[in-house]
Every structure is written in structure tokens, then in C-alpha cells.
Write a protein that binds this ligand. Structure first.
Ligand code: EPZ
Length: 422
């Protein structure tokens, strides 16, 4: 990781050209790493684990619980889990990353108890875990929250039918992992259908858990007494891929991205085709070819297979220089438009009305000093800087290092004029 430099300086106006490989998916790697906690003396070996700040936080969290984390090189990680581990997640690490809440389900199922501070909210919204806790209680857990800390106990979770009020990604993942060691079968309905869920199911099946993921928003999991060592590969990062697709389009370059799963980015590709983008999709790669200028399109963010909220801000950056007025309705998070104020400093013309961004496309953006307010906002500002005339400095890059492996090196390999400053 680029020793976490805080500023990226970008000289815009240079078309990106060349070939890059997509990283492993941050949002798939985090839950599958947490799944190792189900083991009682065994190991989980994972391939294609991205080298990211959030992945390091999860490694620290697992180590603090007693897991022996071995980096085998080339994005391969082995997680060795002893017979006895701690059931208490340290506050410092849980506060750092909301996804730390994914240790709750496996810890409770495997230790019969778990202590975990409530994860903090962040700049995009409050981010409660009520659906996670409700499902665990339905499976027989006793849960108390005292001074912002969750105390969960369950001698043996019991499998049952659970209906999720909302197809929450994290709640689906936590409950799937808890169900792996529950007594009997658990059927979870209205689950999240993001590709990361399938990746977790594959990892759990590699550990001996019988799972039937019917693909219809429902999953059946037969609880077993003990899971065994397993191994699997993390899927490509569909949001990182979208970010580079949009960077290529905004700069008018010709870029090939390898190691993709096209089905995972259907919603974005459909919207980009509607906006006039030109690209060729192969089995596991995409080739972007230059177009003069996109025209405006509108969309609303939805749970998968709808347009993903994580691609909303990079897409808004691309639409800020499209021809015409685009509307984006954000339905997943209450505050995911903070970045538009920063884009407007670069000459964009974006108004926010309630949960909708009204983007009046401008001919071009100009460089400015801007701040990343969250991971995907930072990505949006970087790709805007690549297309803008002049120099842009994006600060608070710590957000971007959470989810974009070697983004400076990848962009440089495509001809971008970027450098990192303290
Ligand atoms: C995952 O977050 C991703 N993070 C997010 O990516 C992504 O934006 C989100 O899914 C939606 O796709 C990881 O996978 C680590 P949710 P998660 O539970 O699991 C509400 C990024 O940029 N909700 O599906 O937290 C919640 O407040 C990050 O990589 C409850 O109300 O998402 C939100 O409004 C950002 N109660 C909505 O549901 C709950 O118990 C979606 O949340 C759980 C969620």
C-alpha cells in the first residue's frame, strides 16, 4: 500500500490508454475472511485478496481474536484458527471499520457468546445493525446492548425461517455464517443478491456447510457441528472495475480491464450503453473505446441486481460532463451526495433535492483542491480530476486507500499524470 499518502495530485486532460487487471473484491474478501472464525482448529486459504487498508484492519481484528494470519504473497492469505479464540472484538478496530460487525455471527455461533461494540456510522449514513441482531435473536440468541456494546449469548443457535425486512448485505452475511453452526436448517428470505453473497456461500461450502442458494432471494443452510478447513478465491471487485471503466470514458481513452465477471456489472453497462458509451465485453474482460461525449441518463440506486449505490458517485462524475441533465436517486444511504459539493468546486453543476441529484452536464471540469468524504466519493473526485483541465489535488486519500489497491500505480500504468504528496 502506498504508505497511505494523504494527497493525490492529478494533471488532467490525458486520455487513459492500456491494460489493467481488476483487484479482488473488498466487499467479498471482508465477509469470507470473517468466516474463518467458524473453524475450531483449522485453516481457510483465500486467493485474490486485495491489498487494502480495510483488509489490513480485518487482519488486525482476526489477529486480536487469536487467528494466525499468514500472508503467502501474490494476494494469497492463510487464516489459521486455533481451538480457542477470544470472543471479544476490540473497540478500536470495530470503530475503524463498519464491516467489523461481520465477526458477530461467526463468533456467536462458534464460541456461544460474543462481545462487540456497535460499529460507528460514517459520512454516508447511520448504518445500524438492527437487522443483524433481529435475525440472531430469532435464532435463539440473547442480546443486550449496554453503553454502545453488544453482548450476545447463545448456547446453541437454532435454525429457522427468517424474513429480512430489507435485503441487507451485511445482515445476510452475518446470518448465513451464524446458520452454518446452528442446530437444524435455516431458511433466510429476502436476502441480498449481491455477488459477494455467492462468494461467501462458496467459501462456506468449501468448509463443509451444505448451502442451497436458490438465486431467488432465498438461501437454505443446514447447520453442522463443525466446519473443516477450506479454500477459495475472492471474486473480482465490480465497483473498482466500474471506477476504471468510467475513468476511461471520461478521459476519452482506450482501456482494457482484465479479470472481470461481466454479469456483476450488467446494470452499469446497460446505463452506459444508454448514455452512448462504446465498449466490447469478452468472457472475463472489457475493452473501452473512446467516445466524444456521453449524453445524460437517469437512474436510481437499488439492491443488486439494480444499479449499485457504490458506483453512484463515480457515475455522477461521468455524467457531470455529459450532454444534458441527468437525475440520480439514492435509495440505499441517507447521505451519499456529500461529494457533489466537491465536484461543483471543479465546475460541475449539480443540485441536490432530497434523495435526488440533478446533474446539469457541463462541457468540461477544471482542476481544484478537493476533499474525499468517503471511499467512493474519493474515487469520483479522482476520475473527475483525470478528465478536468488543469491540476486537481484530492486530499483525505485515507478513504481511497480503504478500497482501491495501488490506484496511483494503476493509473500511471494507463498514462495518467498522478503523484502522491504528504
Ligand atoms: C455493504 O454495506 C457494503 N459494504 C457497502 O459498500 C455497500 O454500499 C452496501 O453493502 C450496499 O450495497 C461491505 O460489503 C463491507 P446494507 P452494508 O446492510 O452491509 C440499512 C463501500 O463503499 N440497514 O445492505 O452495511 C443501512 O443503513 C461500502 O464499499 C439497516 O437499516 O449495507 C443502509 O441504509 C459502502 N439495518 C441499507 O440498509 C441493518 O441492520 C443497506 O445496508 C442493516 C442495514
Amino acid at each position: 500500500m502506498s504508505e497511505l499518502k494523504n494527497i493525490m495530485r492529478i494533471e488532467g486532460g490525458v486520455p487513459l490508454n492500456g491494460t489493467i487487471k481488476a483487484q479482488g473484491a473488498k466487499n467479498a474478501a471482508l465477509p469470507v475472511m470473517a468466516a474463518c472464525l467458524l473453524l475450531k482448529g483449522g485453516s481457510l486459504t483465500l486467493d485474490n485478496v486485495p491489498d487494502l487498508y480495510d483488509i489490513n484492519t480485518m487482519k488486525e481484528l482476526l489477529k486480536s481474536l487469536g487467528v494466525n494470519v499468514k500472508d503467502l504473497g501474490a494476494n494469497k492469505v492463510m487464516l489459521d484458527v486455533p481451538e480457542n479464540i477470544s470472543h471479544e472484538a476490540p473497540e478500536s478496530l470495530v470503530r475503524k471499520m463498519r464491516a467489523s460487525s461481520l465477526v458477530l455471527g461467526p463468533l456467536l455461533a462458534r464460541c456461544g457468546k460474543a462481545v462487540m461494540p456497535l460499529p460507528g456510522g460514517c459520512s454516508i449514513g447511520s448504518r445500524p445493525i438492527d437487522l443483524h441482531l433481529k435475525g440472531l435473536v430469532q435464532m435463539g440468541a440473547k442480546i443486550e446492548i449496554k453503553s454502545g456494546v453488544v453482548y450476545a449469548k447463545a448456547d446453541k443457535l437454532r435454525g429457522r425461517r427468517i424474513y429480512l425486512d430489507f435485503p441487507s448485505v451485511g445482515a445476510t452475511e452475518n446470518l448465513m455464517m451464524a446458520a452454518a453452526l446452528a442446530h437444524g436448517e435455516t431458511i433466510i428470505e429476502n436476502i441480498a443478491r449481491e455477488p459477494e453473497i455467492d462468494n461467501l456461500a462458496d467459501v462456506l461450502m468449501s468448509m463443509g456447510v451444505p448451502i442451497d442458494l436458490e438465486g431467488t432471494g432465498c438461501v437454505r443452510i443446514k447447520g453442522i457441528d463443525e466446519v473443516h478447513s477450506g479454500s477459495d478465491k475472492v471474486i473480482p471487485d465490480r465497483i473498482e472495475i466500474c471506477t476504471y471503466i468510467l475513468a476511461a470514458i471520461m478521459t476519452g481513452g482506450q482501456v482494457t480491464i482484465n479479470n472481470i465477471i461481466p454479469d456483476h456489472i450488467d446494470a452499469i453497462l446497460a446505463k452506459l450503453e444508454e448514455a452512448g458509451a462504446k465498449f466490447k465485453v469478452n468472457k472475463d474482460s472489457i475493452i473501452l473505446t473512446p467516445v466524444k461525449r456521453l449524453h445524460a441518463v437517469s437512474f436510481r440506486t437499488m439492491p443488486f441486481p439494480g444499479f449499485p449505490t457504490d458506483a453512484q458517485s463515480p457515475m455522477a462524475a461521468a455524467l457531470s460532463i455529459a450532454k444534458g441533465t441527468s437525475l440520480i436517486e439514492e435509495n440505499l444511504f441517507q447521505a451519499r451526495f456529500l461529494y457533489t459539493q466537491e465536484l461543483n468546486k471543479m465546475g460541475a453543476n449539480i443540485d441536490i433535492k432530497g434523495d435526488t441529484a440533478i446533474i446539469n452536464g457541463v462541457e468540461s471540469l477544471h482542476g481544484a483542491d478537493v476533499k474525499a468524504t468517503d471511499l467512493r466519493a474519493g474515487a469520483a473526485l479522482i476520475i473527475a480530476g483525470l478528465a478536468a483541465q488543469g491540476v486537481t489535488q484530492v486530499s483525505d486519500m485515507v478513504h481511497v486507500w480503504r478500497g482501491y489497491e495501488a490506484i496511483d500505480a494503476k493509473l500511471k500504468s494507463l498514462g495518467a499524470r498522478v503523484e502522491l504528496l504528504d
